[in-house]
Design a binder for this molecule. Sequence first.
Ligand code: DOR
Ligand code: ZN
Length: 355
Amino acid sequence: MTSNLRIRKADDMHIHLRQGELLAKVLPHTASQCARALVMPNTTPPIVTADDLNNYRNSIQKLLKTEDAFVPLMTFRVMPTTTPAMVKDHKRAGATAGKLYPEGVTTNSEGGVKDLQTLYPVYKAMEEEGLVLCLHGEVPGVFSLDRETAFLETLRTLAKDFPKLKIVLEHATTADAIDTVLKLSANVAATLTAHHLRITLDDVIGDKLNPHVFCKPIAKRPADRDALLKAATSGNPKFFLGSDSAPHPVESKECACGAAGVYTAPVLLPVLAETFESAGHLDKLESFTSRFGAEFYRLPLNEQYIELHRESWTVENQYGGVVPFMAGHRFAWKLSSASSSSKANKTKQTAKSSA
Ligand code: DOR
Ligand code: ZN
């Protein structure tokens, strides 16, 4: 039985880092487990201009410690008002992707896109600039469990009309979505979250209501969860990690009208190691967390390593006023404390690869 895991640090290709105090609280969890993360732009106000993007990147970088060696990959929101010229500005500002939220589909998606067809010049510009289009793939107003499936026709149309545009269907939650992404070209991929690999709708509402696993898209049926797990552990590069870690203060979750979002960042790699091991595919973990995302985004593989070891530990009930995914759960895999020292590991890796 493996008792130590040494893998390349994760590239989390979908994360909500928030702003201000909450950003300062949540960032260390991601910076210690991930070499890079694609930072979502649904802040308040949203990241719409190149200045917004630069300012947001600065506010993240200011909070990083030198030893973190963490790189935030920045995104902008594709809004009804976005123009091809703005796309070029974003590219110059170093954006990695644009994120499109259909109007009202999730947290802070107000002012989102009502008619995806009207933005064809913007997708064209993104295709030309080599910027990835990240889609929150749900149709608002449709019955909750069917919102993602209803979006898949739009995904097929965009993939057909922009064959060179790289498109990511974010946080896929259904077997239908997996089938669709499998059938489309290599330019279309999907991110999968750690929580959707574990939970179904029953974990949210099947017994007592659990607001801490309420998210958009909502977790679906056991057959959907099984399809996601199969995709994640299949070794197919179209499926890679995007945690969608989405922290909300406990009082915004445990109330009437609770916010959508699951805070997975503090437990990201322990959850995934446990999940892949239970599925009998621990060997596929590293490519899912640390290779396929980079390859899809045409980034060099990150050169930092992290270690986990087999030791049982119990997850805190809260981190800085935010309840993490699987609070109180006893995990089998623990992050080794020295493992986030990227410099030491980098040296080790360099020595290893030149051997
Ligand atoms: O549950 C979610 N929460 N889904 C999203 O798409 C957004 C996120 C958030 O920002 O809280
Ligand atoms: Zn998200």
